[in-house]
Structure formats: C-alpha cells, structure tokens
Write a protein that binds this ligand. Sequence first.
Ligand SMILES: Nc1ncnc2c1ncn2[C@@H]1O[C@H](COP(=O)(O)OP(=O)(O)OP(=O)(O)O)[C@@H](O)[C@H]1O
Ligand SMILES: CCCC(=O)O
Length: 355
Amino acid sequence: MRILVINPGSTSTKIAVYEDEKPILLHSITHSADELAVYDAITEQQDFRRNLVIKELHRANIPVKFDAVIGRGGLVKPIAGGVYEINEQMLNDTLHGCVMHNHACNLGCLIAHEIAITIPNCRAFIADPGVVDELSPLARISGSPLMPRICIWHALNQRAIARRYAREIGKRYEDLNLIICHLGGGISVAAHEHGKAIDTNNALDGEGPFSPERAGSLPAADLIRLCFSGKYTEKQLLKRIAGKAGLTAHLGTNNMKEIQERIKNGDKQAQLITDAMIYHTAKQIAAEGAVLCGNVDAILLTGGMAHSDYITNELRRRIGYLAPVYCFPGENEMEALALNALSVLKGTSKAQIYQ
Ligand SMILES: Nc1ncnc2c1ncn2[C@@H]1O[C@H](COP(=O)(O)OP(=O)(O)OP(=O)(O)O)[C@@H](O)[C@H]1O
Ligand SMILES: CCCC(=O)O
C-alpha cells in the first residue's frame, strides 16, 4: 500500500510517502514569516502548500498515485480520537470554521482531499486532530457557565509518543497513567488515564503555560479591559493570544535555539523569560498529577523544545518528585498518520464518520 502523508504546521509543511510501514520519502519545507505574511487567512495558503507537495513528489520521482492520502486533522468540532474519512461535512466545517480557529493544521484535510479526488480508488483520511475531546465531566466545568472548557492540544503526537513509550516498556498504553507534555510552538500538557486524555489545557486559546508563540493563561479582567480600551482590534488581540505572544512577545522570536544562544551570551532577560516558561510548564504538569491523584507511571516530554537539555533538566528538577521523566524530542506525527491510514486500508481498524 502506498500512502501520502501531509502535515501542515505554522512554520512548515511536512510531507511523507510510505510503502506500508516503510517511509520512502520524508521531507520538511520551512516557511518564513514573510512568505506566509501575504495570506490573510490560513485557508488562503491551500494552493501554495498543495503545489509544494506536488512539486516535492515530482522532485523525488514519486508518481501521484496512492491508496490513501492522510492529512493532519484540523480544528473542527470536538470528536473522539481515531481515524476519520474526510467527508463534505468535515471540509465544510474546516473551511467555514464551525469554531473559527485559524491554525495551519486546517489545511491538512483540505489538501489531502484535493489530491485524493484526482486519483482513482484513493481514500482520504485525517487522524487524531487537535480537537480530540476525552475530557472528564469535571474537567469541562469552568467558573463561568458561559464558557465551558474545551481542549485544543497535540493529540496526534501525544498519543503516538504514549504508544511508543508503552511499546518500549512492554506494556499497553491503555494500562498506564501518563502525563505528556508537548513542548512545541504551543505547549499542551495532558493527563492520560488508561488510554484516555481526561484533562488537558487548551494550548491554542489561552490556557496553561505560555510558549514560544502562545500567551497561555492571562489575567481575565485585564484582558477584558484591554478589549474595551479602544486601542486594539479583535484580530490584533487574538494575535496576542496565539501568534504574537509568549516568547515572541517578550523576546521577539519563537526560536528557542536562538534564545539559548542569547542566554549563553549573557542575556539576562532571555534567561528570565525562559525560566518563567519552564516554571509555568512545571506547574501545569503538577496540576495534571492532581488530576491523576498522584498515580502517575511516567511523565513524557516531547516536541521541538524537548531537544533542549536545559529545559528538560529544569523540568525534571521541578517535577521529578511526581514520577520518572522521559524525553522524546521532536514528534512522531508522520509515522503515526501513515500507520493510522494503513491500519484502515488493511482492515485492522475502521475509519469513523465525522458528523
Ligand atoms: N534542538 C533544539 N533545541 C532547542 N529548541 C529547539 C530545537 N529544535 C527545535 N526547537 C524549538 O522547538 C520549538 C518548535 O517545536 P515544534 O517543532 O515541536 O513546534 P511546531 O511543530 O512548530 O508547533 P506545534 O508543535 O505547537 O504544532 C521552537 O521554539 C524551536 O525553536
Ligand atoms: C492542534 C494545535 C495544537 C497547538 O498547536 O496548540
């Protein structure tokens, strides 16, 4: 079986081709902020990114002929985890935004569908999108009935890392209690109780620790005052929550490697802000420990910033008392998507219907 995998991120488009379990192409195209600045809405980048995918297939001499195309899922309605066949309802919700979240992952489903319909007998899927919702009834309740909690998190990578860790120790994910912290452009921390993510911060909308480009939790009343100050438009303020927030707002970059260089060269502000991000992340991890009543088998750190020994050592120092800490730097999303599609093609699992 030949599978095309498309994973659009805020700063990159990742492409892979698998022959069954074996990757025959793995490629990541980085997009500069200037390159993307010409697009007002993220969905306007569809043609640009699709053309890059096709160009890369041509460059690698791979014919546009697949049994399935699978894209990173977008921010549609909250759904259960697993693989979904892309359908009209999903395309419509992604394009017209039933929840109106402007995130590059929305392009995964649109481009996967667009390519798949040009190929005879080719199926189109997404798997474990960021809106996978397994919150417990308690976790859903916020202090205002007007605003129940929802979750937007790195469901795909967290689940892939959880399964990988379970495999490595010879256990089933469903038999473990894990806290998983994805340290990416956004930071999500989830409590996985026996295979279900029963609580996680909403990493996109302003919950939890701040991150390279997200504000995390903010003082709510101050935020309302800012909204009515007349100084900012809605769009500008939303950018202050996701995009121009966190490290980007404090230090002018979302690049942790660059910030580490600055720290080495004696930049005290860069040190303070990085330490604050680690501090708030540790607090979120400890909070998920309370969700699991302290019964935590392991804490797994993943995402781009898990490459940083400084960050992972500091986190270990603060939360190592709770459970053993293991690092899985980077992400396992391409393989996870490919294997999800393969398991449906082989009939080992069934694709769900998005409604
Ligand atoms: N070797 C490294 N050392 C330190 N930081 C790194 C390293 N590699 C990547 N990073 C940082 O990791 C962050 C990005 O992580 P990642 O690639 O997981 O995020 P993303 O895919 O862009 O966003 P998200 O995971 O939130 O969807 C950036 O701040 C980047 O500078
Ligand atoms: C799915 C989006 C998760 C994030 O980037 O916060």
